[in-house]
Design a protein around this ligand. Structure first.
Ligand SMILES: CC(C)(COP(=O)(O)OP(=O)(O)OC[C@H]1O[C@@H](n2cnc3c(N)ncnc32)[C@H](O)[C@@H]1OP(=O)(O)O)[C@@H](O)C(=O)NCCC(=O)NCCS
Length: 240
């Protein structure tokens, strides 16, 4: 009996530990030496208004490479990118987050919100994570923040994940280059009725060796991170 109770206690403590671990902030070192802190927003009542505004800024700058006719095809004759994404982020991210159906991860540099992403787990099957939205403040792009957010999914939030799926707009040439650089591949086999018109959007998938290669030097810069003032040994580390 005692053995059974202690076994049950052991199992419960493992579960509690893994749940607590999963929501611990995660720190990563950027190439410029700054520490990026990633945090999961745990309270569904949290005001994500600042995140949405940051996202709108990012999307407004995302279609620099698109022609006027492409913009009209995708966003209507008034080319209202901001209005389009205001509605989309609200419907696809904010409302599901408030219902507890979406995971919201924020990224901070020196306590300033610089990026965020939203995730659904168990998308289409076990261990498949769907990246709903990923945005980096335009003033902080090309520093490796987007890559570290994606890499953190397996390195920290969902270590069991085996595949990341996402949808990207075909005229979002910057995002397409970014996802290709990370190893995402077009995945036309994924059903696209989820996102509407497949001529405008495409599914991409990161899996297998490309996913493993996303965190090639996990812990390699641990010493460098530990040398930073205010960083404690107990914290989790990663570098790319
Ligand atoms: C797409 C986005 C998330 C990329 O974030 P980011 O922090 O600037 O990207 P990173 O600095 O992490 O780049 C990672 C790699 O991709 C490459 N990359 C990033 N943007 C690129 C671009 N426009 N063209 C070519 N390569 C690019 C980087 O050079 C880097 O390569 P490296 O690892 O060899 O150095 C960001 O530009 C953004 O927020 N865009 C607007 C919103 C959006 O379109 N989101 C995606 C759709 S949901």
């Amino acid at each position: 009996m005692l053995r059974r109770v202690s076994f049950a206690f052991f199992v419960i403590s493992i579960i509690v530990h893994s749940v607590c671990y999963a929501v611990q902030p995660y720190k990563v070192l950027l190439k410029n030496g700054e520490i990026l802190t990633l945090e999961m927003v745990e309270d569904a009542k949290t005001d994500v208004g600042p995140d949405v505004r940051l996202g709108l800024e990012a999307f407004e700058g995302a279609f620099r490479g698109a022609s006027v006719s492409e913009l009209e095809t995708h966003f209507g004759s008034d080319r209202d990118i901001r209005g389009y994404y205001q509605k989309l982020i609200d419907e696809d991210d904010v409302v599901p987050f408030q219902k507890g159906e979406m995971i919201w991860i924020r990224a901070f540099l020196n306590h300033k919100l610089v990026a965020w992403m939203t995730l659904r787990t168990e998308f289409r099957g076990p261990h498949i994570v769907y990246v709903s939205t990923l945005v980096v403040d335009p003033d902080y792009q090309k520093l490796g923040i987007g890559k570290r957010l994606i890499a953190s999914i397996k390195a920290h939030w969902f270590p069991e994940s085996e595949e990341f799926d996402l949808v990207v707009r075909r005229i979002n040439y910057d995002a397409l280059s970014f996802y290709e650089r990370l190893g995402f591949l077009p995945a036309p086999d994924i059903r696209s009725d989820y996102v509407g018109d497949p001529t405008r959007c495409m599914f991409m998938r990161l899996a297998g060796p490309n996913l493993q290669n996303l965190n090639p030097s996990h812990g390699q810069n641990e010493r460098a991170l530990l040398a930073k003032p205010g960083v404690e040994a107990r914290q989790d580390f990663a570098s790319l």
